[in-house]
Write a protein that binds this ligand. Structure first.
Ligand SMILES: Cc1ncc(COP(=O)(O)O)c(C=O)c1O
Length: 390
C-alpha cells in the first residue's frame, strides 16, 4: 500500500531534488555547529542575531518561572494570557497601527488572514514569487486565484480590469521576496488597489527589523503606513523568536478573532515565546545600530560578490541569491562550500522555478568582517572551480 511513497522518493532523487535534514548543535549564530562541524552561517533568517540574545533568553526564562511552560488552551477558551495582550499592544505600536493579533507562526498567519478575508466569489491577485504560505492560504480560501508575473504592474492592472464582477478583490505580496531578496513596487500596487477598489495585504516577514526609520519594515520605508489595509509579519526572523501576526485597524483584528479558523482552533503561543518577542521588539526599536550593522555587512558582501562576477538576481536586501541554474550544480556548490566551512543552502524547485536554482545567502548583523572576507575568498575559489564565474 505504501509503495507509491518509495516510488515518489526515487523520482525525487532521480531529479536531484531530494531533501534531508541537517542537525544544528548549539545556538543559531553567525557561526554554527552543523553535524559536529563549526562553520560560518550564511543562510539564517536571524538577521539581527537576536535568537541568542541574553535579554531575550532572560525574558523567556522569567516568563516560564512566572507563567509556566504552556498557555493551556486556545485564545478564545482560557489561553489568552496577559502576555499575548501586551505583545499585541506592543506590535501595534511598533507597526503604527490601531491593533495587532498574534498567530502561531508566520505560515499560520497567512493561512488565517487570507481565509478570513476571501472565499468563493472573491478573487486574489498574488505575485508569482509570493511565499508558499500565501499560496496555501489562497488555495484554502477557495477564492479565484490569479498569479501575476513577478512585480509586473501592467499584468496586475489587466487582471484587475477583468476582476470587476467579483465580490471582493485582494492584492497580496511579499514586500521583500524571500528567495530573491528584491522589493515589491508597493506604491504602484497601492495606486492600482485604489483605482480598482481592492484590498492590499503585505507580508513583511523579511523586512521587519531590516527596513524603515524605526525598523518596522518596507511599508514604513516607502511611507505607506496609511495606505496598506492588512500588514502581516513574523516573529521568527529578525525578531529572533517564533510566531506570526497581523496588524491594521481595530475592526480588522476583531474580525480575525471571530472569523479566522487558524487563529481560533489552536492552542495559544506559550509565555516564553511571547516574553522574548516583547524584549526583541524593544531592542529592535531602540537599538538602530543593529539594523545599521546588518546593512554595513550586507553592502560589504554584496559589493564583494558583484565584483567577483556573481549574478545576484537584482537583490535589494540582506537576502542575496547567487544564481546557479542547474539544481545538481547548486547542490554541489553548497556541498563543497560546507566542506570548506561556509554554510549556504542550495534552493531548488519546487521552492524556485526550474533552471533558477541558486544559493540563498543571507547576512546577519552579528557577522564580523573577518568571517565575511573569508567567505568571499572561499565562494570565489569554489565558484571558479565549478564554472559559475570565470
Ligand atoms: C515571506 C514569508 N512569509 C511567511 C513565512 C512563514 O513564517 P514562519 O517561518 O514564521 O512560519 C516565511 C518564512 O518562511 C516567509 O519567508
Amino acid at each position: 500500500m505504501l509503495k507509491f511513497i518509495e516510488d515518489e522518493l526515487e523520482g525525487i532523487k532521480r531529479e536531484g531534488l531530494h531533501r534531508s535534514l541537517r542537525c544544528v548543535e548549539g545556538h543559531q549564530g553567525a557561526r554554527i555547529t552543523l553535524d559536529g562541524k563549526e562553520c560560518i552561517n550564511l543562510c539564517s533568517n536571524n538577521y539581527l542575531g537576536l535568537a541568542n540574545n541574553p535579554q531575550l533568553k532572560k525574558a523567556a526564562i522569567e516568563a516560564i518561572q512566572k507563567y509556566g511552560s504552556g498557555s493551556g488552551a486556545s485564545r478564545l477558551v482560557c489561553g489568552s494570557l496577559k502576555l499575548h495582550h501586551e505583545l499585541e499592544n506592543r506590535l501595534a505600536k511598533f507597526k503604527k497601527h490601531e491593533a495587532a493579533l498574534v498567530f502561531n507562526s508566520g505560515y499560520v498567519a497567512n493561512l488565517g488572514i487570507i481565509t478570513a478575508l476571501v472565499g468563493p466569489g472573491d478573487i486574489v491577485l498574488s505575485d508569482k514569487l509570493n511565499h508558499a504560505s500565501i499560496i496555501d492560504g489562497i488555495l484554502l480560501s477557495r477564492a479565484e486565484f490569479k498569479r501575476y508575473p513577478h512585480k509586473d504592474m501592467q499584468a496586475l492592472q489587466r487582471f484587475l480590469e477583468g476582476a470587476k464582477d467579483y465580490k471582493r478583490r485582494l492584492i497580496v505580496t511579499d514586500t521583500v521576496f524571500s528567495m530573491d531578496g528584491d522589493i515589491a513596487p508597493l506604491s504602484d500596487i497601492v495606486g492600482l488597489a485604489k483605482k480598482f477598489d481592492a484590498m492590499v495585504m503585505v507580508d513583511e516577514a523579511h523586512a521587519t527589523g531590516v527596513f524603515g526609520e524605526t525598523s518596522s519594515g518596507i511599508v514604513e520605508h516607502f511611507g505607506l503606513k496609511d495606505e496598506i489595509d492588512i500588514e502581516m509579519g513574523t516573529l521568527s526572523k529578525a525578531v529572533g523568536c517564533f510566531g506570526g501576526y497581523v496588524s491594521g485597524k481595530k475592526k480588522l483584528i476583531e474580525y480575525m478573532i471571530n472569523k479566522s479558523r487558524p487563529f481560533i482552533y489552536t492552542t495559544a503561543l506559550p509565555p516564553s515565546v511571547l516574553a522574548s518577542s516583547l524584549a526583541a521588539i524593544d531592542i529592535i526599536e531602540k537599538e538602530a545600530w543593529l539594523r545599521k550593522t546588518l546593512w554595513s555587512n550586507t553592502w560589504f558582501l554584496k559589493r564583494g560578490l558583484i565584483d567577483l562576477g556573481f549574478d545576484l538576481m537584482g537583490s535589494e536586501s540582506q537576502i542575496m541569491p547567487i544564481l546557479v541554474g542547474d539544481a545538481d550544480k547548486a547542490v554541489k556548490f553548497s556541498r563543497i562550500l560546507l566542506e570548506e566551512g561556509i554554510f549556504i543552502q542550495a534552493i531548488r524547485p519546487p521552492t524556485v522555478p526550474r533552471g533558477r536554482s541558486r544559493l540563498r545567502l543571507s547576512v546577519m548583523a552579528t557577522h564580523n568582517k573577518e568571517d565575511l572576507k573569508k567567505a568571499l575568498k572561499v565562494i570565489e575559489k569554489i565558484g571558479k572551480r565549478i564554472g559559475i564565474i570565470s
